[in-house]
Design a protein around this ligand. Structure first.
Ligand code: CTP
Length: 482
């Protein structure tokens, strides 16, 4: 295992362990990832004694002024080059029933390994001179890594009740690494699923995001569903599952469709929020589902309702509520537009409106729409993709000509107020929209002079007289920066 230890800080830890006559080991994720050949920047060191005292000595040797000490957890952390090194004293079983906050009690290395989450995370490598580089693997974690198995060191009911977040971690590792969860471990997650409720939403969401970012996220979501955890943490997603039948017609199962869209996105993008847009694009289908005898199954307005559901889902899941949420809302709201467009004759006006509504998100929206084609019929897929291609070509052509993507109307609401000498009122909105629509429909070019003429004529229709000349308004608008 010596090749895992070619980071300078290990030698320093080893020297201090010898000087202080304290046993030290590297343990957990770093060892697992080294055997799997995955790069890892987090190093966990367990010592038989005080982790905080030991960390202090390492910090001193490294000439570090900063050592982050977490007294309640008996841990300390320092930065060594690119690596974050965390020190902890070996502990015995140390969790309470009703909470995941540990009680710290000194123990042996074996005690410490017993209370870790999975066999693949319980392996340690000795940093002590007499056995430097020796792997200590009491539960055959290496074998489980080879067989791609997630298994707990102790009875899974004990391991999961010590810390119920581990149920999510099991599924997260399975999804990230493409592993299976061992049968009794899986059954134990099913049995203990309600205990996930005592874990804070932030930590649950942290694991969920790791599942979302895994190479094939459907693997994790299918396990979340099968264990019953999905229904507890994300009932809106659970509700997508199932197929109804009426008049001999069945709709597709939106749970599996959504997972396929998510996997499609995952194969082309690592953008977490684009993946979330895939997860949520059809989230309102169960609420809008209707059987109409002439049309079959319909989901009218699911894109609008879906985009309205995004904030409450983000709030409950403690996901960020600003830019990322608005991006997801925008994509959910618009996800049908390119499809509708591609089924009609692609008019300049419709493409300009799409560019205006999607703005900077247009590329991601097109990616989402392409991922949304999950038909098994190759002709249907080919037809959709070639129509999308036409939409894309038209977008490039119009964007080059009209710069709609970052479109700001050449005359603002303030300009309209000043031009007619009026206070805020309904007419301002009418005139502004009239100018915007005329530009998007290609009736006038996207410039100030053309917008001025239209504003004056629309104002006259509304019985408003201009109080300024075009040049005066231009000068005011320039000072205002509009
Ligand atoms: N651990 C545990 N139970 C938990 C969390 C962590 O037993 N609920 C142990 C495992 O031995 C784990 C180690 O603490 O390997 C470090 O945890 P963490 O840094 O959260 O995870 P890693 O396994 O390092 O994986 P990743 O970096 O992908 O999160």
């Amino acid at each position: 295992m010596k090749e895992c230890l070619n980071v300078p800080v290990f030698r320093i830890i080893s020297d201090i362990a010898a000087e202080e006559n304290v046993k030290a080991f590297v343990i957990g994720g770093f060892v697992r990832d080294c055997i799997l050949n995955r790069p890892s920047k987090d190093i966990d060191i367990v010592v038989l004694g005080s982790g905080i005292d030991f960390a202090g000595k390492v910090a001193k040797r490294l000439g570090k002024k900063r050592l982050n000490v977490f007294k309640n957890f008996g841990t300390a952390m320092l930065q060594a080059g690119d690596f974050e090194v965390e020190f902890v004293g070996a502990r015995k079983e140390s969790y309470r029933q009703e909470s995941r906050k540990p009680i710290v009690e000194d123990g042996s290395l074996e005690d410490d390994q017993n209370r870790r989450d999975f066999t693949i995370n319980a392996m340690a490598i000795s940093l002590n001179s007499e056995s430097y580089g020796q792997l200590i693997d009491p539960f055959d974690g290496v074998c489980d890594l080879g067989n791609k198995i997630i298994r707990t060191p102790l009875d899974p009911n004990t391991t999961f009740s010590d810390d119920p977040l581990r149920m999510m971690r099991a599924i997260r590792f399975a999804s990230q690494l493409g592993f299976q969860i061992e049968a009794s471990c899986f059954a134990s997650i099913q049995q203990n699923r309600n205990r996930i409720k005592i874990v804070s939403m932030e930590r649950v969401t942290d694991e969920l995001n790791k599942i979302v970012l895994s190479p094939k996220p459907s693997v994790g979501f299918i396990m979340l569903e099968a264990t019953g955890i999905l229904d507890i943490i994300f009932p809106e997603f659970q509700a997508l599952k199932g197929v109804d039948e009426s008049g001999g017609q069945r709709h597709k199962d939106n749970f599996y469709h959504t997972l396929q869209v998510l996997d499609n996105i995952a194969s082309v993008s690592n953008n977490l929020w684009l993946r979330w847009a895939a997860i949520l694009h059809d989230i309102a289908k169960p609420l809008t589902k209707k059987f109409e005898p002439d049309l079959g199954w319909t989901f009218h307005g699911h894109e609008f309702l879906g985009s309205k559901m995004v904030p409450s889902i983000f709030r409950r899941m403690k996901l960020p509520l600003h830019e990322s949420m608005r991006y997801v809302q925008n994509l959910v709201m618009l996800h049908l537009r390119p499809i509708v467009l591609s089924q009609e004759i692609v008019t300049d006006s419709a493409v300009r409106r799409l560019l205006f509504d999607a703005g900077e998100n247009i590329e991601d929206l097109m990616t989402l729409c392409e991922a949304d084609i999950t038909s098994k019929n190759p002709n249907t897929v080919r037809k959709h993709l070639s129509n999308f291609q036409k939409v894309r070509e038209k977008m490039i052509e119009l964007e080059a000509r009209d710069s709609i993507r970052n479109f700001q109307p050449p005359i603002s609401g303030d300009d309209v107020q000043d031009a007619f000498g009026i206070k805020p009122c309904r007419e301002i909105g009418i005139i502004k929209n009239h100018i915007k629509d005329a530009i998007l429909d290609g009736i006038i070019p996207n410039d100030f002079d053309a917008a001025w003429d239209l504003m004056v004529s629309k104002g006259a229709e509304l019985k408003l007289d201009v109080r300024l000349s075009k040049e005066e308004l231009k000068a005011i608008a320039m000072v205002r920066g509009s």
